[in-house]
Design a protein. Structure first.
Length: 576
Protein backbone atom coordinates (compact mmCIF):
# COMPACT_ATOMS: atom_id res chain seq x y z
CA UNK A 1 0.00 0.00 0.00
CA UNK A 2 1.51 3.37 -0.99
CA UNK A 3 2.16 5.82 1.85
CA UNK A 4 -0.81 8.07 2.43
CA UNK A 5 -0.68 11.76 1.73
CA UNK A 6 -1.95 13.70 4.73
CA UNK A 7 -4.06 16.54 3.40
CA UNK A 8 -4.34 18.86 6.40
CA UNK A 9 -7.17 21.37 6.15
CA UNK A 10 -6.15 25.03 6.46
CA UNK A 11 -7.27 26.79 9.66
CA UNK A 12 -10.72 28.32 9.48
CA UNK A 13 -10.72 32.14 9.35
CA UNK A 14 -11.00 33.96 12.66
CA UNK A 15 -14.16 35.68 11.38
CA UNK A 16 -15.85 32.27 10.99
CA UNK A 17 -14.67 30.96 14.36
CA UNK A 18 -15.87 34.11 16.11
CA UNK A 19 -19.28 33.98 14.42
CA UNK A 20 -19.91 30.34 15.34
CA UNK A 21 -20.54 29.80 19.08
CA UNK A 22 -19.18 26.25 19.10
CA UNK A 23 -16.10 24.43 20.38
CA UNK A 24 -13.18 25.60 18.19
CA UNK A 25 -12.32 22.08 17.04
CA UNK A 26 -15.95 21.36 16.10
CA UNK A 27 -16.16 24.69 14.29
CA UNK A 28 -13.00 23.82 12.36
CA UNK A 29 -14.45 20.46 11.32
CA UNK A 30 -17.68 22.11 10.17
CA UNK A 31 -15.69 24.64 8.14
CA UNK A 32 -13.84 21.74 6.54
CA UNK A 33 -17.23 20.26 5.59
CA UNK A 34 -17.98 23.38 3.56
CA UNK A 35 -20.08 25.34 6.04
CA UNK A 36 -19.43 29.06 5.89
CA UNK A 37 -21.96 30.77 8.17
CA UNK A 38 -23.51 30.45 11.59
CA UNK A 39 -26.87 29.72 9.94
CA UNK A 40 -25.40 26.81 7.99
CA UNK A 41 -23.82 25.45 11.16
CA UNK A 42 -27.13 25.61 13.01
CA UNK A 43 -28.87 23.83 10.16
CA UNK A 44 -26.23 21.09 10.03
CA UNK A 45 -26.19 20.44 13.77
CA UNK A 46 -29.97 20.58 14.10
CA UNK A 47 -31.19 19.53 10.64
CA UNK A 48 -34.81 19.69 9.61
CA UNK A 49 -36.74 16.44 9.72
CA UNK A 50 -36.15 15.26 6.16
CA UNK A 51 -38.47 12.32 6.76
CA UNK A 52 -41.33 14.76 6.24
CA UNK A 53 -39.95 16.00 2.91
CA UNK A 54 -42.32 16.00 -0.04
CA UNK A 55 -41.71 12.76 -1.99
CA UNK A 56 -43.32 14.35 -5.05
CA UNK A 57 -40.23 16.53 -5.54
CA UNK A 58 -38.79 13.56 -7.47
CA UNK A 59 -39.67 13.60 -11.15
CA UNK A 60 -42.22 10.98 -12.28
CA UNK A 61 -43.42 10.38 -8.73
CA UNK A 62 -46.96 11.51 -9.57
CA UNK A 63 -47.63 8.99 -12.38
CA UNK A 64 -45.90 6.23 -10.40
CA UNK A 65 -48.03 6.77 -7.30
CA UNK A 66 -51.21 7.17 -9.35
CA UNK A 67 -50.59 3.84 -11.13
CA UNK A 68 -49.74 1.94 -7.95
CA UNK A 69 -52.78 3.27 -6.07
CA UNK A 70 -54.93 2.26 -9.05
CA UNK A 71 -53.44 -1.24 -8.97
CA UNK A 72 -54.14 -1.52 -5.24
CA UNK A 73 -57.71 -0.33 -5.68
CA UNK A 74 -58.38 -2.75 -8.56
CA UNK A 75 -56.71 -5.75 -6.90
CA UNK A 76 -53.99 -6.13 -9.53
CA UNK A 77 -50.88 -8.14 -8.78
CA UNK A 78 -47.78 -5.99 -8.31
CA UNK A 79 -44.22 -7.33 -8.43
CA UNK A 80 -41.36 -5.51 -6.73
CA UNK A 81 -38.15 -6.44 -8.53
CA UNK A 82 -35.03 -5.85 -6.43
CA UNK A 83 -31.33 -6.59 -6.20
CA UNK A 84 -29.28 -9.05 -4.16
CA UNK A 85 -27.14 -6.62 -2.12
CA UNK A 86 -28.13 -4.92 1.15
CA UNK A 87 -29.49 -1.84 -0.61
CA UNK A 88 -31.57 -3.93 -2.99
CA UNK A 89 -32.87 -6.33 -0.34
CA UNK A 90 -33.83 -3.59 2.10
CA UNK A 91 -35.51 -1.66 -0.73
CA UNK A 92 -37.48 -4.76 -1.71
CA UNK A 93 -38.58 -5.48 1.87
CA UNK A 94 -39.48 -1.83 2.36
CA UNK A 95 -41.65 -1.42 -0.72
CA UNK A 96 -43.38 -4.80 -0.36
CA UNK A 97 -44.17 -3.95 3.28
CA UNK A 98 -45.52 -0.51 2.39
CA UNK A 99 -47.67 -1.68 -0.50
CA UNK A 100 -49.13 -4.56 1.51
CA UNK A 101 -49.91 -2.17 4.35
CA UNK A 102 -51.80 -0.07 1.80
CA UNK A 103 -53.82 -3.11 0.76
CA UNK A 104 -51.80 -4.17 -2.27
CA UNK A 105 -51.50 -7.69 -3.68
CA UNK A 106 -47.71 -7.69 -3.86
CA UNK A 107 -44.97 -10.22 -4.54
CA UNK A 108 -41.24 -9.84 -4.91
CA UNK A 109 -38.54 -11.03 -7.26
CA UNK A 110 -34.84 -10.90 -6.46
CA UNK A 111 -32.59 -12.38 -9.16
CA UNK A 112 -29.95 -14.98 -8.48
CA UNK A 113 -26.48 -13.45 -8.66
CA UNK A 114 -24.94 -16.50 -10.37
CA UNK A 115 -27.65 -17.52 -12.84
CA UNK A 116 -29.12 -14.11 -13.65
CA UNK A 117 -26.79 -11.35 -12.58
CA UNK A 118 -27.65 -7.78 -11.69
CA UNK A 119 -30.79 -6.04 -12.91
CA UNK A 120 -33.68 -7.05 -15.12
CA UNK A 121 -33.33 -10.02 -17.46
CA UNK A 122 -35.73 -11.30 -20.12
CA UNK A 123 -36.36 -14.69 -18.50
CA UNK A 124 -37.28 -13.12 -15.18
CA UNK A 125 -39.46 -10.51 -16.86
CA UNK A 126 -41.36 -13.28 -18.65
CA UNK A 127 -41.91 -15.16 -15.38
CA UNK A 128 -43.14 -12.01 -13.66
CA UNK A 129 -45.45 -11.13 -16.57
CA UNK A 130 -47.23 -14.47 -16.15
CA UNK A 131 -48.41 -13.36 -12.71
CA UNK A 132 -48.31 -9.55 -12.44
CA UNK A 133 -49.63 -6.60 -14.42
CA UNK A 134 -47.37 -4.00 -12.77
CA UNK A 135 -43.61 -4.29 -12.31
CA UNK A 136 -41.79 -1.90 -9.96
CA UNK A 137 -38.00 -2.03 -9.81
CA UNK A 138 -35.96 -0.96 -6.80
CA UNK A 139 -32.21 -0.29 -6.87
CA UNK A 140 -32.03 -1.39 -10.51
CA UNK A 141 -33.51 -0.86 -13.94
CA UNK A 142 -32.08 2.48 -15.05
CA UNK A 143 -29.91 0.77 -17.72
CA UNK A 144 -32.46 -1.97 -18.58
CA UNK A 145 -33.80 -0.30 -21.72
CA UNK A 146 -34.36 -3.51 -23.73
CA UNK A 147 -35.79 -5.43 -20.77
CA UNK A 148 -38.30 -2.70 -19.94
CA UNK A 149 -39.38 -2.63 -23.59
CA UNK A 150 -39.83 -6.41 -23.44
CA UNK A 151 -41.94 -6.14 -20.28
CA UNK A 152 -44.22 -3.68 -22.04
CA UNK A 153 -44.54 -6.05 -25.02
CA UNK A 154 -45.75 -8.68 -22.56
CA UNK A 155 -48.46 -6.30 -21.34
CA UNK A 156 -46.97 -5.05 -18.10
CA UNK A 157 -46.71 -1.48 -16.94
CA UNK A 158 -43.25 -0.75 -15.53
CA UNK A 159 -42.10 1.74 -12.91
CA UNK A 160 -38.34 2.07 -12.52
CA UNK A 161 -36.88 3.35 -9.24
CA UNK A 162 -33.11 3.47 -9.09
CA UNK A 163 -30.16 5.61 -7.99
CA UNK A 164 -27.40 4.35 -10.25
CA UNK A 165 -25.81 6.42 -13.01
CA UNK A 166 -28.28 7.35 -15.73
CA UNK A 167 -27.41 6.20 -19.24
CA UNK A 168 -27.81 8.05 -22.52
CA UNK A 169 -31.34 6.66 -22.97
CA UNK A 170 -33.98 6.27 -20.25
CA UNK A 171 -36.06 3.08 -20.21
CA UNK A 172 -39.46 3.64 -21.79
CA UNK A 173 -41.27 2.93 -18.54
CA UNK A 174 -44.48 4.49 -17.28
CA UNK A 175 -42.31 6.30 -14.71
CA UNK A 176 -38.56 6.49 -14.09
CA UNK A 177 -37.70 7.78 -10.62
CA UNK A 178 -34.01 8.50 -10.19
CA UNK A 179 -32.57 11.58 -8.44
CA UNK A 180 -29.70 11.60 -10.95
CA UNK A 181 -31.99 12.45 -13.84
CA UNK A 182 -30.94 15.81 -15.24
CA UNK A 183 -34.57 16.96 -15.25
CA UNK A 184 -35.17 16.00 -11.62
CA UNK A 185 -35.79 19.15 -9.53
CA UNK A 186 -34.73 17.63 -6.20
CA UNK A 187 -31.82 19.41 -4.51
CA UNK A 188 -30.38 16.14 -3.13
CA UNK A 189 -29.26 13.31 -5.41
CA UNK A 190 -27.49 11.14 -2.83
CA UNK A 191 -30.34 8.79 -1.94
CA UNK A 192 -29.62 5.08 -1.90
CA UNK A 193 -31.86 2.71 -3.80
CA UNK A 194 -33.72 2.10 -0.55
CA UNK A 195 -34.03 5.86 -0.09
CA UNK A 196 -35.70 6.24 -3.47
CA UNK A 197 -37.98 3.30 -2.66
CA UNK A 198 -38.83 4.99 0.65
CA UNK A 199 -39.90 8.17 -1.12
CA UNK A 200 -42.14 6.11 -3.42
CA UNK A 201 -43.57 4.28 -0.40
CA UNK A 202 -44.33 7.61 1.26
CA UNK A 203 -46.13 8.85 -1.84
CA UNK A 204 -48.23 5.71 -2.08
CA UNK A 205 -49.06 5.54 1.64
CA UNK A 206 -50.07 9.19 1.82
CA UNK A 207 -52.15 9.00 -1.35
CA UNK A 208 -53.78 5.70 -0.38
CA UNK A 209 -54.71 7.13 3.02
CA UNK A 210 -56.62 9.89 1.24
CA UNK A 211 -58.47 7.48 -1.05
CA UNK A 212 -62.11 6.74 -0.30
CA UNK A 213 -62.50 3.31 1.26
CA UNK A 214 -58.79 2.93 2.03
CA UNK A 215 -57.78 0.50 4.76
CA UNK A 216 -55.29 3.12 5.98
CA UNK A 217 -55.94 6.30 7.92
CA UNK A 218 -53.42 9.16 7.64
CA UNK A 219 -52.17 8.34 11.15
CA UNK A 220 -51.71 4.68 10.25
CA UNK A 221 -49.89 5.65 7.06
CA UNK A 222 -47.52 7.80 9.12
CA UNK A 223 -46.87 4.85 11.47
CA UNK A 224 -45.98 2.62 8.53
CA UNK A 225 -43.62 5.30 7.17
CA UNK A 226 -41.88 5.45 10.53
CA UNK A 227 -41.58 1.65 10.76
CA UNK A 228 -39.54 1.52 7.54
CA UNK A 229 -36.72 3.84 8.57
CA UNK A 230 -34.51 1.08 9.97
CA UNK A 231 -34.39 -0.44 6.49
CA UNK A 232 -33.44 2.93 5.01
CA UNK A 233 -30.55 3.22 7.47
CA UNK A 234 -29.27 -0.28 6.69
CA UNK A 235 -29.31 0.14 2.92
CA UNK A 236 -27.99 3.70 2.88
CA UNK A 237 -24.97 2.96 5.06
CA UNK A 238 -24.22 -0.40 3.42
CA UNK A 239 -24.24 1.18 -0.04
CA UNK A 240 -21.86 3.94 1.11
CA UNK A 241 -24.18 6.78 0.25
CA UNK A 242 -23.22 10.27 1.49
CA UNK A 243 -24.37 10.89 5.05
CA UNK A 244 -25.35 14.43 4.23
CA UNK A 245 -28.62 16.19 3.48
CA UNK A 246 -31.70 13.99 3.67
CA UNK A 247 -29.63 10.89 4.37
CA UNK A 248 -28.41 12.24 7.72
CA UNK A 249 -31.96 12.49 9.03
CA UNK A 250 -33.12 9.21 7.51
CA UNK A 251 -30.15 7.28 8.90
CA UNK A 252 -30.25 8.98 12.31
CA UNK A 253 -33.93 8.15 12.71
CA UNK A 254 -33.34 4.61 11.46
CA UNK A 255 -30.49 4.04 13.90
CA UNK A 256 -32.69 5.21 16.76
CA UNK A 257 -35.25 2.56 15.78
CA UNK A 258 -32.64 -0.18 15.54
CA UNK A 259 -31.22 0.66 18.96
CA UNK A 260 -34.59 1.00 20.68
CA UNK A 261 -36.80 -1.74 19.25
CA UNK A 262 -35.29 -3.56 16.26
CA UNK A 263 -37.54 -5.66 14.06
CA UNK A 264 -37.54 -9.37 14.83
CA UNK A 265 -35.03 -10.46 12.20
CA UNK A 266 -32.66 -7.60 12.82
CA UNK A 267 -32.73 -8.32 16.55
CA UNK A 268 -31.67 -11.91 15.84
CA UNK A 269 -28.90 -10.75 13.51
CA UNK A 270 -27.63 -8.28 16.11
CA UNK A 271 -27.40 -11.10 18.66
CA UNK A 272 -25.50 -13.24 16.17
CA UNK A 273 -23.11 -10.35 15.53
CA UNK A 274 -22.72 -9.71 19.28
CA UNK A 275 -24.28 -6.25 19.06
CA UNK A 276 -26.32 -4.91 21.94
CA UNK A 277 -29.22 -2.51 21.63
CA UNK A 278 -27.87 0.99 21.97
CA UNK A 279 -24.50 0.10 20.42
CA UNK A 280 -25.43 0.02 16.73
CA UNK A 281 -23.93 2.90 14.75
CA UNK A 282 -22.90 3.30 11.13
CA UNK A 283 -19.67 1.37 11.75
CA UNK A 284 -21.62 -1.57 13.18
CA UNK A 285 -23.87 -1.59 10.12
CA UNK A 286 -20.97 -1.39 7.67
CA UNK A 287 -18.73 -4.02 9.30
CA UNK A 288 -21.02 -6.30 11.32
CA UNK A 289 -24.56 -6.34 9.93
CA UNK A 290 -24.18 -5.55 6.22
CA UNK A 291 -21.61 -8.30 5.48
CA UNK A 292 -23.94 -10.90 6.98
CA UNK A 293 -26.94 -9.65 5.00
CA UNK A 294 -24.85 -9.50 1.84
CA UNK A 295 -23.58 -13.04 2.35
CA UNK A 296 -26.97 -14.45 1.31
CA UNK A 297 -26.88 -12.98 -2.19
CA UNK A 298 -23.17 -13.64 -2.58
CA UNK A 299 -23.13 -17.35 -1.82
CA UNK A 300 -26.70 -18.63 -1.86
CA UNK A 301 -29.77 -16.49 -2.57
CA UNK A 302 -30.81 -13.09 -1.23
CA UNK A 303 -34.20 -14.55 -0.33
CA UNK A 304 -32.61 -15.65 2.97
CA UNK A 305 -31.91 -12.02 3.87
CA UNK A 306 -35.34 -10.96 2.59
CA UNK A 307 -37.01 -13.54 4.84
CA UNK A 308 -34.93 -12.42 7.81
CA UNK A 309 -36.01 -8.80 7.47
CA UNK A 310 -39.67 -9.60 6.74
CA UNK A 311 -40.37 -12.22 9.40
CA UNK A 312 -42.13 -11.66 12.71
CA UNK A 313 -41.39 -15.22 13.89
CA UNK A 314 -38.47 -15.37 16.38
CA UNK A 315 -37.66 -18.97 15.42
CA UNK A 316 -37.45 -18.17 11.73
CA UNK A 317 -35.41 -15.06 12.56
CA UNK A 318 -32.94 -17.04 14.66
CA UNK A 319 -32.48 -19.72 11.98
CA UNK A 320 -32.00 -17.20 9.18
CA UNK A 321 -29.55 -15.14 11.24
CA UNK A 322 -27.53 -18.27 12.00
CA UNK A 323 -27.49 -19.24 8.31
CA UNK A 324 -26.30 -15.76 7.33
CA UNK A 325 -23.54 -15.85 9.93
CA UNK A 326 -22.30 -19.19 8.63
CA UNK A 327 -22.44 -17.97 5.03
CA UNK A 328 -20.46 -14.89 6.03
CA UNK A 329 -17.71 -17.03 7.53
CA UNK A 330 -17.56 -19.02 4.29
CA UNK A 331 -17.43 -15.78 2.34
CA UNK A 332 -14.41 -14.60 4.34
CA UNK A 333 -12.50 -17.80 3.58
CA UNK A 334 -13.39 -17.74 -0.11
CA UNK A 335 -12.41 -14.08 -0.43
CA UNK A 336 -8.99 -14.69 1.10
CA UNK A 337 -8.36 -17.62 -1.27
CA UNK A 338 -9.46 -15.65 -4.34
CA UNK A 339 -7.43 -12.62 -3.31
CA UNK A 340 -4.31 -14.78 -3.06
CA UNK A 341 -4.93 -16.13 -6.58
CA UNK A 342 -5.60 -12.64 -7.94
CA UNK A 343 -2.34 -11.30 -6.49
CA UNK A 344 -0.48 -14.29 -7.90
CA UNK A 345 -1.86 -13.44 -11.37
CA UNK A 346 -0.82 -9.82 -10.97
CA UNK A 347 2.70 -10.55 -9.71
CA UNK A 348 4.16 -10.63 -13.23
CA UNK A 349 2.74 -7.23 -14.23
CA UNK A 350 2.85 -5.15 -11.05
CA UNK A 351 6.42 -4.12 -11.80
CA UNK A 352 5.14 -2.34 -14.91
CA UNK A 353 2.67 -0.35 -12.79
CA UNK A 354 -0.48 -1.09 -14.84
CA UNK A 355 -3.11 1.67 -14.78
CA UNK A 356 -5.85 -0.80 -13.83
CA UNK A 357 -5.63 -4.26 -12.30
CA UNK A 358 -7.63 -6.82 -14.30
CA UNK A 359 -7.85 -10.49 -13.34
CA UNK A 360 -10.17 -13.33 -14.26
CA UNK A 361 -10.51 -16.97 -13.30
CA UNK A 362 -12.93 -19.85 -13.64
CA UNK A 363 -12.38 -20.45 -9.92
CA UNK A 364 -13.56 -17.04 -8.71
CA UNK A 365 -17.06 -17.18 -7.24
CA UNK A 366 -19.54 -14.64 -8.61
CA UNK A 367 -20.40 -13.58 -5.09
CA UNK A 368 -16.95 -12.41 -4.03
CA UNK A 369 -15.42 -10.80 -7.14
CA UNK A 370 -16.46 -7.32 -5.96
CA UNK A 371 -14.88 -7.91 -2.57
CA UNK A 372 -11.63 -9.04 -4.14
CA UNK A 373 -11.62 -6.02 -6.45
CA UNK A 374 -12.05 -3.79 -3.41
CA UNK A 375 -9.17 -5.43 -1.60
CA UNK A 376 -6.88 -5.05 -4.61
CA UNK A 377 -7.80 -1.38 -4.88
CA UNK A 378 -7.18 -0.87 -1.17
CA UNK A 379 -3.80 -2.58 -1.29
CA UNK A 380 -2.34 -1.18 -4.52
CA UNK A 381 -4.33 2.05 -4.94
CA UNK A 382 -5.34 1.27 -8.50
CA UNK A 383 -8.76 0.62 -10.01
CA UNK A 384 -9.40 -3.11 -10.23
CA UNK A 385 -11.72 -5.39 -12.20
CA UNK A 386 -12.15 -9.00 -11.06
CA UNK A 387 -14.10 -11.45 -13.21
CA UNK A 388 -15.55 -14.94 -13.05
CA UNK A 389 -14.73 -16.38 -16.48
CA UNK A 390 -17.07 -18.89 -18.09
CA UNK A 391 -17.37 -20.44 -21.54
CA UNK A 392 -19.75 -17.92 -23.11
CA UNK A 393 -19.94 -14.93 -20.80
CA UNK A 394 -17.67 -13.43 -18.17
CA UNK A 395 -19.15 -11.37 -15.36
CA UNK A 396 -17.18 -9.08 -13.12
CA UNK A 397 -17.14 -6.29 -10.60
CA UNK A 398 -14.90 -3.25 -10.56
CA UNK A 399 -13.79 -0.92 -7.78
CA UNK A 400 -11.97 2.34 -8.27
CA UNK A 401 -10.12 5.26 -6.74
CA UNK A 402 -11.37 8.87 -6.62
CA UNK A 403 -9.17 9.82 -9.58
CA UNK A 404 -10.93 7.38 -11.95
CA UNK A 405 -14.65 7.12 -12.74
CA UNK A 406 -15.12 3.40 -13.37
CA UNK A 407 -18.74 3.78 -14.47
CA UNK A 408 -17.75 6.32 -17.14
CA UNK A 409 -14.85 4.09 -18.18
CA UNK A 410 -17.24 1.20 -18.78
CA UNK A 411 -19.45 3.56 -20.77
CA UNK A 412 -16.43 4.26 -22.98
CA UNK A 413 -16.03 0.55 -23.80
CA UNK A 414 -19.69 -0.42 -23.75
CA UNK A 415 -19.50 -1.63 -27.38
CA UNK A 416 -17.65 -4.62 -25.93
CA UNK A 417 -20.08 -5.24 -23.08
CA UNK A 418 -23.34 -7.16 -22.79
CA UNK A 419 -24.49 -4.95 -19.91
CA UNK A 420 -23.04 -2.76 -17.19
CA UNK A 421 -23.99 -0.25 -14.53
CA UNK A 422 -22.93 1.27 -11.27
CA UNK A 423 -21.38 4.30 -9.61
CA UNK A 424 -18.20 6.31 -9.95
CA UNK A 425 -16.29 4.02 -7.56
CA UNK A 426 -18.05 0.67 -8.07
CA UNK A 427 -19.67 -1.06 -11.02
CA UNK A 428 -20.67 -4.43 -12.41
CA UNK A 429 -20.46 -5.67 -15.99
CA UNK A 430 -20.86 -8.65 -18.29
CA UNK A 431 -18.69 -9.29 -21.35
CA UNK A 432 -18.71 -12.06 -23.94
CA UNK A 433 -15.75 -14.29 -23.12
CA UNK A 434 -14.59 -14.12 -26.73
CA UNK A 435 -14.32 -10.34 -26.32
CA UNK A 436 -12.33 -10.56 -23.10
CA UNK A 437 -8.88 -9.76 -24.60
CA UNK A 438 -10.30 -6.74 -26.45
CA UNK A 439 -12.11 -5.60 -23.30
CA UNK A 440 -8.93 -5.83 -21.21
CA UNK A 441 -6.98 -3.81 -23.74
CA UNK A 442 -9.67 -1.16 -24.23
CA UNK A 443 -10.31 -0.65 -20.50
CA UNK A 444 -6.55 -0.46 -19.85
CA UNK A 445 -6.22 2.17 -22.55
CA UNK A 446 -8.98 4.28 -21.00
CA UNK A 447 -7.34 4.02 -17.59
CA UNK A 448 -3.88 4.88 -18.97
CA UNK A 449 -5.23 7.98 -20.70
CA UNK A 450 -7.09 9.25 -17.65
CA UNK A 451 -4.65 8.44 -14.86
CA UNK A 452 -1.60 10.02 -16.50
CA UNK A 453 1.44 10.11 -14.21
CA UNK A 454 0.80 7.14 -11.95
CA UNK A 455 3.87 7.85 -9.83
CA UNK A 456 1.86 10.58 -8.14
CA UNK A 457 -1.10 8.32 -7.34
CA UNK A 458 -1.42 7.59 -3.66
CA UNK A 459 -4.30 7.57 -1.21
CA UNK A 460 -5.14 10.81 0.52
CA UNK A 461 -6.09 11.01 4.17
CA UNK A 462 -8.10 14.14 4.86
CA UNK A 463 -7.06 15.65 8.21
CA UNK A 464 -9.27 18.17 10.00
CA UNK A 465 -6.68 19.77 12.27
CA UNK A 466 -3.33 19.43 14.02
CA UNK A 467 -3.65 19.26 17.80
CA UNK A 468 -1.70 18.39 20.94
CA UNK A 469 -2.52 15.30 22.97
CA UNK A 470 -3.50 17.58 25.83
CA UNK A 471 -6.17 19.16 23.60
CA UNK A 472 -8.13 15.88 23.52
CA UNK A 473 -10.78 15.11 26.13
CA UNK A 474 -14.23 13.63 26.69
CA UNK A 475 -15.62 17.05 25.91
CA UNK A 476 -14.11 16.89 22.42
CA UNK A 477 -15.64 13.44 21.89
CA UNK A 478 -19.03 14.78 22.97
CA UNK A 479 -18.75 17.72 20.59
CA UNK A 480 -17.77 15.48 17.68
CA UNK A 481 -20.74 13.28 18.53
CA UNK A 482 -22.98 16.07 17.27
CA UNK A 483 -21.77 15.26 13.75
CA UNK A 484 -23.39 11.83 13.88
CA UNK A 485 -24.28 9.84 11.96
CA UNK A 486 -20.84 9.94 10.40
CA UNK A 487 -19.78 7.96 7.38
CA UNK A 488 -19.31 8.47 3.68
CA UNK A 489 -18.78 12.17 2.83
CA UNK A 490 -19.29 13.05 6.51
CA UNK A 491 -16.43 11.15 8.14
CA UNK A 492 -15.58 11.13 11.81
CA UNK A 493 -12.97 13.89 12.37
CA UNK A 494 -9.33 12.95 11.85
CA UNK A 495 -6.69 14.79 13.87
CA UNK A 496 -2.91 14.82 13.57
CA UNK A 497 -0.70 14.81 16.66
CA UNK A 498 3.03 15.28 16.14
CA UNK A 499 5.93 13.78 18.10
CA UNK A 500 4.03 11.28 20.23
CA UNK A 501 6.39 9.14 22.29
CA UNK A 502 5.80 5.38 22.24
CA UNK A 503 5.57 3.94 25.75
CA UNK A 504 4.47 0.47 24.75
CA UNK A 505 3.90 -1.44 21.52
CA UNK A 506 2.35 -4.81 20.70
CA UNK A 507 -0.10 -6.41 18.31
CA UNK A 508 -3.42 -8.20 18.68
CA UNK A 509 -5.58 -10.25 16.36
CA UNK A 510 -2.75 -12.59 15.34
CA UNK A 511 -0.51 -9.64 14.55
CA UNK A 512 -3.05 -7.89 12.35
CA UNK A 513 -3.80 -4.91 14.59
CA UNK A 514 -1.46 -2.49 16.38
CA UNK A 515 -1.78 -1.46 20.03
CA UNK A 516 0.26 1.46 21.36
CA UNK A 517 0.65 3.41 24.55
CA UNK A 518 1.52 7.03 23.79
CA UNK A 519 2.29 10.22 25.64
CA UNK A 520 3.63 13.67 24.84
CA UNK A 521 6.54 13.67 27.27
CA UNK A 522 7.53 13.06 30.89
CA UNK A 523 4.66 13.40 33.32
CA UNK A 524 1.99 13.64 30.60
CA UNK A 525 -1.13 11.49 30.28
CA UNK A 526 -0.58 8.09 28.68
CA UNK A 527 -3.07 7.28 25.92
CA UNK A 528 -4.16 3.91 24.60
CA UNK A 529 -4.20 3.74 20.80
CA UNK A 530 -5.38 1.01 18.45
CA UNK A 531 -4.58 0.76 14.74
CA UNK A 532 -6.75 -1.72 12.90
CA UNK A 533 -4.84 -3.50 10.12
CA UNK A 534 -1.69 -1.59 11.07
CA UNK A 535 0.06 -4.50 12.80
CA UNK A 536 3.01 -4.41 10.37
CA UNK A 537 4.11 -1.13 11.99
CA UNK A 538 5.32 -3.03 15.05
CA UNK A 539 8.63 -3.80 13.32
CA UNK A 540 9.33 -0.05 12.94
CA UNK A 541 8.50 0.99 16.50
CA UNK A 542 10.04 0.52 19.90
CA UNK A 543 9.72 2.12 23.30
CA UNK A 544 10.93 5.69 23.07
CA UNK A 545 10.22 6.07 19.32
CA UNK A 546 8.62 9.32 18.20
CA UNK A 547 5.70 9.04 15.79
CA UNK A 548 3.30 11.43 14.14
CA UNK A 549 -0.17 9.99 14.24
CA UNK A 550 -3.39 10.63 12.36
CA UNK A 551 -6.24 9.48 14.57
CA UNK A 552 -9.83 9.68 15.65
CA UNK A 553 -10.61 10.10 19.34
CA UNK A 554 -13.34 7.88 20.72
CA UNK A 555 -14.81 6.22 23.77
CA UNK A 556 -13.80 2.58 24.21
CA UNK A 557 -16.09 0.38 26.28
CA UNK A 558 -14.69 -2.78 27.83
CA UNK A 559 -16.07 -4.74 30.78
CA UNK A 560 -18.39 -1.89 31.77
CA UNK A 561 -15.50 0.59 31.70
CA UNK A 562 -15.62 3.57 29.31
CA UNK A 563 -12.22 5.10 28.54
CA UNK A 564 -10.79 7.49 25.96
CA UNK A 565 -8.92 5.85 23.12
CA UNK A 566 -7.17 6.94 19.94
CA UNK A 567 -8.19 5.11 16.78
CA UNK A 568 -5.11 5.29 14.57
CA UNK A 569 -5.75 5.96 10.88
CA UNK A 570 -2.09 6.26 9.85
CA UNK A 571 1.40 6.84 11.26
CA UNK A 572 4.61 8.49 10.16
CA UNK A 573 7.98 8.04 11.82
CA UNK A 574 8.97 11.17 13.72
CA UNK A 575 12.41 12.50 14.66
CA UNK A 576 14.02 10.62 17.55
Amino acid sequence: MPAKHWLIAPPAPDSFLQSVPEHPLLAQVLYNRGLRSAAQVRSFLAPNDAVANNPFSLVDMVPAVRRIVQAIRQGETICVYGDFDVDGVTATVLLVSALRAAGGNVGQYIPNRVDEGYGLNREAVARVAAKASLLVTVDCGIRSVAEVAYARQLGMDVIVTDHHTVGAVLPAALAVINPHRTDCPTTFDGLAGVGVAYRLAQGVLRSAAQTTGSRLSPDQAAEVEESLLDLVALGTVADMMPLLGENRTLVRRGLAMINAAPRCGLDALMQTADLKKGSVDTTAIAFRLAPRINAAGRLQHASLAYELLRTNDPTVAFNRAKELDELNQRRQTMTATAQAEAEEQLAAVLGDDPPILIVSSERFDHGIVGLVAGKLTDRFYRPAAVMRQEADETRGSARSIPEFDISAALDAVDHLLVRHGGHRLAAGFTVKTAELPAFRAALSDVAAQQLGNRDALRPTLAVDAEVQLDDLSRSVVQQFGRLEPTGHDNPAPVLVVRACRVRGVHTVGKGKHLKLSLDSGPGSTVWDAVGFNLGSWKENLQEGSLVDIACQVEIHEWKMQRTLQLNLQDLQIGNN
